[in-house]
Design a protein around this ligand. Structure first.
Ligand SMILES: NC(=O)c1ccc[n+]([C@@H]2O[C@H](COP(=O)([O-])OP(=O)(O)OC[C@H]3O[C@@H](n4cnc5c(N)ncnc54)[C@H](O)[C@@H]3O)[C@@H](O)[C@H]2O)c1
Length: 130
């Protein structure tokens, strides 16, 4: 399977690239760190990169919320606009498989109050559970 890995030069993306290669797939890195024109906000280069691709693993992002409020516009641009441009290009080119990295910034840290067990902090899931 040919997989476009946005943010493929980053921390998670580079491990995804390694894992895909190890399992016989063909990763295609799309990352501004690797090539300045490979920006997820650029509709034409994203469309070109999707050529022949079976799936997208979307890891391109600006991370580290809270560095400073002046970062807000760039943060929204890279994360929200970038994802919107990518999804539009996928819809246009018929690429229908997407893996998107979530973040506890969005879904919370995983500390829950359970009537039976009290405060619960689930540990990392086993590979078999994923
Ligand atoms: N690292 C973690 O522990 C962790 C945990 C949960 C979720 N996540 C999420 O996983 C995703 C990746 O995180 P990471 O730790 O690998 O970050 P990272 O900063 O190491 O990698 C992000 C990569 O995206 C690239 N990038 C940024 N803007 C881009 C753009 N406009 N176009 C193309 N490439 C762009 C950067 O050059 C970088 O290589 C983020 O959405 C992050 O919130 C990370």
């Amino acid at each position: 399977m040919r997989v476009l890995v946005t943010g493929g030069a980053g921390f998670i993306g580079s491990h995804v690239v390694e894992a895909l290669t190890a399992h016989g797939h063909e990763p295609v890195v799309y990352d501004v760190r690797a090539a300045p024109e490979a920006d997820v906000r650029n509709p034409s280069t994203v469309r070109d990169a999707l050529s022949g691709v079976d799936a997208v693993c979307h890891q391109a992002a600006m991370v580290g919320l809270g560095v400073g409020f002046r970062d807000a516009a760039e943060y929204v641009s890279r994360n929200d606009l970038g994802t919107a441009v990518l999804l539009t290009a996928m819809a246009d080119t018929g690429v229908r498989r997407l893996v998107l990295a979530g973040s506890m910034v969005v879904y919370g840290e995983g500390r829950y109050a359970c009537a039976r067990h009290g405060v619960v902090r689930p540990g990392p899931r086993a590979v078999a559970d994923l």
